[in-house]
Design a binder for this molecule. Structure first.
Ligand code: SAM
Length: 243
C-alpha cells in the first residue's frame, strides 16, 4: 500500500510515522508514504491556499486550485485508482469496518483541511470518501488522518507480530475484547481469576468469550447483532438480560 497525505502541517504527522509499529512497518516495506504540503502547489505568488468565503462570514476557506493540483499530481504517479479521503467532521463516522475496507486498497490519499473548511467543489469533484473521527471539531484533519492511517496500517499483512493480534481486537469480532491480566498473579491483594492460571485452554476460551459478551453487554449493547450469536452466546446473553 502507498499512502499520500496532503497537509499544510507535515511535521504534525512525521512523528507518528516515525514511531512504534508504523515505523517498523515502513522500514520493513509493508507500506510507503509521502507527506505533501499542498501549499507547494499553490499558483498564488505568495503561496496562499485560502481565501474569504463568498457571502461573508467567519473564517477562511481552502481554495480548490492547490488541492486539485496536488491530488492530480499524486494520482498520476501510481498505476491504480486511489481512494481519496477527505477528513471532515461532516463525514461518515469512522469504525473498524471502514479500516478493514481501506486496508484492502493499493493507494490511499488523505486530504487534511484547516481553517473554516474546504471549497465545496473539492468535496463534490475530487474525493471518494469523507471520514469523521467523531462528533467534535478539531483544528485540522491531521490528527484524524493519523488515526485512520494507524488503524489501517496495523491491518496490513505481516505488520503485527504474534504478540499483537488484530483479529481478536475489539470490534474485529463484533464484540469488545475480554479483560487481560499479566504477572503477578496477586498484586496488592487483587487476584487474577483462577481460571486463567488453570492451564485448561478450553475453559479459558469459554471464560474469555463470556467476558467479551459481558463487557459488550455492559458498555456497548448496540454493537451486538443478535442474529450472529451462536446458541451458546445467546444463552449467555439472555442470562445478562434476566439479571
Ligand atoms: C475547524 S475544522 C472545520 C469545521 C467546519 N467548519 C464544520 O463546521 O464542519 C477544520 C478541519 O479539521 C478537520 N476536522 C475537524 N474535525 C474533524 C473530525 N471530527 N473528523 C475529521 N476531520 C476533522 C477537517 O479536515 C476540517 O476541514
Amino acid at each position: 500500500m502507498h499512502i499520500d497525505v496532503l497537509t499544510l502541517f507535515p511535521e504534525m504527522l512525521s512523528g507518528v510515522f516515525n514511531s512504534s509499529i508504523l515505523k517498523k512497518a515502513y522500514e520493513k516495506d509493508k507500506f510507503s508514504y509521502n507527506l505533501i504540503n499542498f501549499r507547494d502547489y499553490s499558483q498564488d505568488k505568495h503561496y496562499k491556499v485560502d481565501d474569504y468565503p463568498y457571502g461573508g462570514g467567519a473564517g477562511m476557506v481552502l481554495t480548490p486550485q492547490p488541492v486539485f493540483d496536488a491530488v492530480e499530481a499524486v494520482v498520476k504517479e501510481r498505476p491504480t485508482k486511489p481512494r481519496i479521503v477527505l477528513m471532515c467532521p461532516q463525514g461518515e463516522p469512522y469504525n473498524q469496518k471502514k479500516a478493514e475496507e481501506l486496508a484492502k486498497e493499493e493507494h490511499l490519499v488523505f486530504i487534511c483541511g484547516h481553517y473554516e473548511g474546504y471549497d465545496e467543489r473539492i468535496r463534490e469533484q475530487l474525493v471518494t470518501d469523507e471520514i469523521s473521527i467523531g462528533d467534535y471539531v478539531l483544528t485540522g484533519g491531521e490528527l484524524g488522518a493519523m488515526v485512520v492511517i494507524d488503524s489501517v496500517v496495523r491491518l496490513l499483512p505481516d505488520v503485527l507480530g504474534n504478540k499483537e493480534s488484530a483479529p481478536e481486537d475489539s470490534f474485529s469480532t463484533g464484540l469488545l475484547e475480554h479483560p487481560h491480566y499479566t504477572r503477578p498473579a496477586n498484586f496488592r491483594g487483587m487476584k487474577v481469576p483462577d481460571i486463567l492460571l488453570s492451564g485448561d485452554h478450553a475453559k479459558i476460551e469459554a471464560w474469555r468469550r463470556k467476558e467479551s459478551l459481558k463487557r459488550t453487554y455492559e458498555r456497548r449493547r448496540e454493537l451486538i447483532d443478535k442474529h450472529s450469536l451462536s446458541d451458546e452466546d445467546t444463552k449467555i446473553w439472555n442470562e445478562f438480560n434476566n439479571k
